[in-house]
Design a protein around this ligand. Structure first.
Ligand SMILES: [Fe+2]
Ligand SMILES: [Fe+2]
Length: 400
């Protein structure tokens, strides 16, 4: 039975959580405590799978508690529960929690968040991923710029202009971002001259995704790899993001889903960069074998490293505190059936986008991918495959 520890100094909040989750008692063993200190005593007594902690508590704060949990019980999934989101809390949550819930939270959302935490926990904190992640010493850092944007967002006088100003201070990032935003991929009718305009025209989520991916790609130290490897991977990642967004946009009006599809698309293969920068020799052999033998890269990775770029990538993004739906899309992009969700999601969009942007004149490094047809059927995408192929061709044509 899964064990969940809830920590909140407000007794009424604990009662309300208890009420909302009453019908889960057969599946989950739930313990409710009123302070961080009491939570640590519980954790020392018997193992838990998930901790859900309030941010503001007298004595030990929720963030302090989560920091202790991260250090002492790294396999426990950490969820922060917050009513009033101040700057420190937002920043701390990014660093310390896997997921955030906002008070008052709805019953369904609460259950779904915890359920997904179990799926992620199973894969991400499996012994193999933990061992491999511990051996890796070059793990890309979360860019300071990204943190500053998050911080600005939580301030009461946040504005697009201020966020644009923050980005403008990083000259290299600004140049790259403007080049991409003005590329044919985005099909904007006007020339974008400043980051502030980019934020307005592209939307904040897409700009945040670009900050992350441009940072990772420009700071990657891949000794022993040709520039072509990184260029190809960038082109493939970016095309996947754009295509995933198009796929999502054609099927949903949910802004979070559409933006999530773009973000997960541009970041889906980030684990490859982690492998390439930590194990250059072994990884270039793996990439060559995949090309020469026409085998899926992730299969060869698993033979060699015991884990794949999907797990390492998802692990990295979960440490960075990216939304769980994005981590999930990255984690399952080659095998979406393994995800518990049967609805159209960012994962579905990234799965097909990755496939179609690995073909034709898209770089994709000449490595084969497969479509999970059973899953596509479940989420209702099978009938659309031809249309998706046409969409991919259109994105490809714009990019030329
Ligand atoms: Fe991949
Ligand atoms: Fe890919």
């Amino acid at each position: 039975m899964k064990r969940i520890l809830f920590v909140d100094d407000e007794v009424n909040m604990l009662r309300s959580l208890q009420r909302m989750l009453r019908d889960m008692r057969r599946e989950w063993e739930m313990v409710f405590v009123e302070s961080g200190e009491a939570a640590l005593r519980e954790l020392a007594g018997s193992p838990f799978d998930v901790v859900v902690a309030d941010v503001r508590m007298p004595g030990m704060t929720g963030l302090e508690l989560l920091r202790r949990v991260r250090g002492e019980y790294p396999a426990v999934v950490r969820i922060i529960l917050s009513g009033h989101f101040d700057q420190d809390a937002a920043l701390g949550a990014v660093r310390l929690a896997h997921q955030s819930l906002y008070k008052p939270c709805q019953q369904d959302e609460l259950k779904a968040t915890i359920r997904r935490a179990f799926v992620l926990q199973h894969v991400l904190v499996g012994d193999e991923v933990k061992i491999v992640a511990a051996e890796i010493d070059r793990l890309p850092s979360l860019p300071a710029l990204y943190n500053q944007i998050i911080q600005q967002l939580s301030s009461p006088d946040a504005s697009m202009k201020k966020i644009g100003d923050i980005i403008s201070m990083d000259i290299a990032m600004t140049a790259k971002m403007l080049q991409i935003v003005n590329s044919a991929y985005f099909g904007l009718r006007r020339q974008i001259a400043t980051p502030a305009e980019a934020v307005v025209y592209m939307g904040l989520e897409q700009i945040k995704a670009l900050v992350l991916s441009l940072h990772i790609f420009s700071h990657a130290q891949l000794d022993g790899f040709s520039d072509a490897f990184l260029n190809d991977l960038w082109e493939h990642s970016f095309a996947t993001g754009v295509l995933a967004r198009e796929v999502a946009q054609a099927r949903s009006t949910d802004r979070v889903l559409i933006d999530g599809a773009f973000t997960a698309g541009v970041l889906h293969d980030v684990g490859k960069i982690v492998f390439a920068s930590n194990y250059p020799q072994a990884y270039s052999d793996i990439v060559r074998t995949a090309k020469d033998d026409r085998r899926c890269l992730h299969e060869i990775e698993r033979d060699h490293f015991r884990v794949t770029h999907t797990e390492i990538g998802a692990y990295l993004l979960s440490i960075w505190g990216l939304p769980e739906k994005i981590v999930e899309a990255v984690l399952f992009h080659h095998h979406p059936s393994r995800c518990a969700d049967d609805h159209f999601s960012a994962l579905a969009a990234v799965h097909v986008a990755n496939h179609f942007s690995s073909k034709g004149s898209f770089a994709g490094q000449g490595i084969p991918t497969t479509l999970d047809l059973e899953y596509l059927d479940r989420v209702g995408l099978t009938a659309d495959l031809r249309e998706l192929e046409r969409l991919a061709a259109r994105v490809r044509a714009t990019a030329r």
